[in-house]
Design a protein around this ligand. Structure first.
Ligand SMILES: C[S@@+](CC[C@H](N)C(=O)[O-])C[C@H]1O[C@@H](n2cnc3c(N)ncnc32)[C@H](O)[C@@H]1O
Length: 266
């Protein structure tokens, strides 16, 4: 297994919880729709990989009810202490090595997790092994190469481009792909998943929107890492945050590529 540290591992907890809650606020509606699109219902067994602050895990527990179960695997489930329910089991584990039952889940879901793993194929194998024949895999990962500033001051737009280059550089140094989302459809096709549904969600957002807030919060948490790439300076980070706050600016911050596919029966 490739040794790597999760980029948000050593950031300040309270700020990280706020960032994860903002991600949930912005992206949960689409994730729920995609999960319901698989037929998610009472009695199903679900695996949530990297639940973060846990809203999708908790919601799936409510949907599957007392006759179903949700297993949630996170490297560091520190934000989930109050989320345990009788039908929700939280495991502290790395998805690449977690001891999971084989062919057990009706649906396996991960959002913004594989991008953090240089050997995401190992994690994918684990997820597929744990999926029942006929079960659904739903993956949602970013494509930061989709970023594009549209309206704003020239300097702010230049800083947005530089911050995005820093993001690319940071992930590349860690042997991770900042556009991993784009690879998901071919990856899942190659692994034999069927009935693929692919969405490329690249919202064009005003400063101050939920998406802009998420990216500003990430820049605050990862500022030192962005600076360490040598691609951006402190003034770029400040201009990026100003752009993300200003409702008169418009930008695509990143795209989410979401793919659902069904494991073959037999
Ligand atoms: C960016 S957060 C996304 C959280 C949540 N999925 C969401 O979209 O709201 C990534 C989560 O994956 C977890 N994680 C990272 N690497 C992991 C691994 N190898 N195995 C299990 N969980 C991991 C992190 O601890 C964190 O909770």
């Amino acid at each position: 297994m490739a040794q790597s540290e999760y980029v948000f591992q050593r950031v300040e907890d309270q700020k990280e919880l706020e960032r994860l809650r903002m991600i949930e606020l912005v992206f949960d509606p689409a994730s729920r729709r995609r999960l319901l699109g698989t037929g998610l219902q009472a009695g199903w067994r679900c695996l949530e990989v990297g639940p973060g602050a846990g809203s999708i895990m908790t919601w799936m527990g409510e949907v599957v009810g007392p006759t179903g179960q949700v297993v949630a695997v996170d490297l560091d489930p520190k934000f989930l202490s109050e989320a345990e329910r009788p039908n929700v089991r939280i495991m502290r584990a790395d998805i690449r090595t977690a001891l999971l039952p084989q062919q057990s889940f009706n649906v396996v879901h991960a959002r913004y997790v594989l991008i953090h793993l240089p050997d995401y194929e190992v994690a994918l194998t684990k997820m597929l092994d744990s999926l029942k024949p006929g079960g659904w895999l739903v993956l949602e990962e970013p494509d930061f190469s989709a970023s594009r500033g549209i309206t704003g001051g020239e300097q702010e737009l230049a800083s947005l481009r530089k911050v995005n280059q820093a993001i690319e550089h940071m992930y590349a140094t860690l042997r991770m792909d900042y556009a991993l989302g784009l690879k998901l459809p071919a990856l899942m096709q190659r692994r034999g998943l069927q009935h693929l549904t692919v969405e490329n969600d690249a919202p064009l957002c005003a400063g101050g929107s939920g998406m802009a807030k998420v990216m500003k919060m990430s820049a605050k948490q990862l500022g030192e890492k962005y600076l360490a790439t040598g691609v951006v300076g402190q003034s770029d980070l400040e201009r990026y945050c100003r752009l993300a706050d200003d409702p008169n600016t418009w930008a695509i911050y990143y795209a989410t590529i979401a793919v659902s596919g069904r494991k073959a029966v037999g």
